[in-house]
Design a binder for this molecule. Structure first.
Ligand code: G3P
Ligand code: CA
Length: 388
């Protein structure tokens, strides 16, 4: 899995603070739906991803440039900022509930370390070949997890976001589905989601398979079809294939890490193919057999040189389009430390650089969408430089 890059700090706050936490309860619960009727169809008409604005703005972990990631506050803020689609990463609890976390290790994004009653749960595990020491969702029941509070992952860099530490709980995916229906009713359109299965092979081996649980929830909330306003994504091809076999017809996006890496299900199955193999024309054709798009690391679209500057775009956009695949690359962040050197401004790694310049450059390659921690910036850039 692609690791966090050197983090940064946001310097723009005004509008973010003014919008606040919306209609959520302090505990992160969702207000009861005003009516039982389903939310109206989106601006995507019948819900086809082909009707979304292009490049589509995907709120990465919500609007995690401004709020602790994967909280209802982060999701709602992303919507308010103009994101077209809101991203969730899902992992299971011990009792099989899907919750929204970027990884099963909840040490960095919750206050679990300050709960003495859970001190003995701290442990070391190997997840997808990497050792992690901390607390893990699969060792907690949902009731236990609900006693925790979410916090900012990179407080040294996004200090403003620490204001919201402790404000929201860890949401279940079902709470997010209910929240999306409620938001849809308020806004007169269905809300698009982009859901990633995290460590699917690891969890299947642990007896907590993600896909059946996800499929059940998607069906329950009328999101399992091609018009269900839901993208599904994974770094592991077999997870998307399994969802397809379960009859889930949502558009699927295969995430791609750096060139020499291998999806973890390939490692387990002793499949020697790397990401470099998957982005050849033959590899992309294979992907198009079970997915509608790819989600490459941005460096696969435009590599950076040793100094961190952008070089010439690769042929990946053209090749993927030739294979009938759309591209939702990740992740654009406004802070200098994440931007290509060309767009860094000043010497503070946590200050914002020329994010608009970077968006414009990436959009010019012909990508179909982008994950961004700063969906407001992405939406403005899209309105200025998008294709429709
Ligand atoms: O899912 C798109 C992007 O989020 C992939 O990277 O590690 O942030 O989930 P990661
Ligand atoms: Ca993700």
């Amino acid at each position: 899995m692609h690791q966090e890059q050197r983090p940064g700090r946001r310097t723009v706050l005004g509008a973010a603070a003014a919008l606040g936490a919306g209609a959520m309860t302090l505990g992160g619960g969702v207000a009861p739906a005003a009516a039982a009727a389903p939310a109206p169809a989106s601006r995507g008409g019948g819900g086809s991803y082909k009707d979304l604005p292009v490049p589509t703005v995907i709120g990465h972990r919500g609007a995690c440039g401004y709020r602790p990631e994967h909280t209802l506050g982060s999701y709602e803020y992303a919507l308010a900022m103009g994101a077209d689609v809101i991203e969730q990463d899902v992992v299971p609890t011990k009792d099989g509930h899907l919750v929204c976390r970027h990884e099963n290790d909840i040490t960095a994004t919750t206050d679990v370390a300050s709960h003495p009653e859970f001190a003995s749960r701290k442990t070391t595990k190997t997840v997808d070949g990497e050792k992690h020491t901390g607390w893990f969702t699969e060792d907690f029941t949902l009731a236990e997890l609900k006693t925790l509070r979410a916090k900012e992952r990179i407080p040294g860099n996004r200090q403003h976001n620490t204001l919201y530490d402790g404000y929201w709980q860890v949401p279940t995916f079902e709470e997010v589905l209910k929240w999306a229906e409620e938001q849809g009713r308020k806004r007169g359109r269905r809300i698009w989601l982009h859901v990633e299965t995290k460590h699917p092979t690891y969890f299947r081996k642990a007896g907590l398979g993600l896909e059946e649980r996800l499929a059940k929830l998607l069906r329950r909330y009328n999101r399992s079809g091609r018009g269900g306003h839901t993208f599904l994504q994974s770094f592991e091809p077999s997870s998307l294939q399994r969802l397809g076999r379960l009859g889930i017809d949502c558009p699927k996006i295969l995430l791609l890490d750096d060139l020499p890496t291998r999806p973890w299900d390939f490692v387990e199955a002793k499949d020697p193919r790397t990401v470099a193999d998957l982005i050849t024309p033959a590899g992309l054709k294979w992907v198009s057999g079970f997915a509608q798009g790819i989600g490459p690391w941005l460096n696969l679209i435009i590599p950076r040189d040793a100094a961190g500057k952008l070089t010439k775009p690769t042929t990946l956009v053209r090749d993927a389009h030739s294979a009938g695949l759309i591209l939702h690359p990740y992740t654009m962040r406004n802070e200098n430390s994440f931007l290509p050197a060309d767009f860094q401004r000043g010497t503070d790694p946590n200050a914002y650089g020329d994010a608009f310049g970077a968006f414009k450059t990436y959009f010019a390659t012909g990508i179909d969408g982008i994950f961004s921690d700063n969906p407001d910036t992405a939406a403005l850039a899209r309105d200025a430089h998008g294709r429709r």
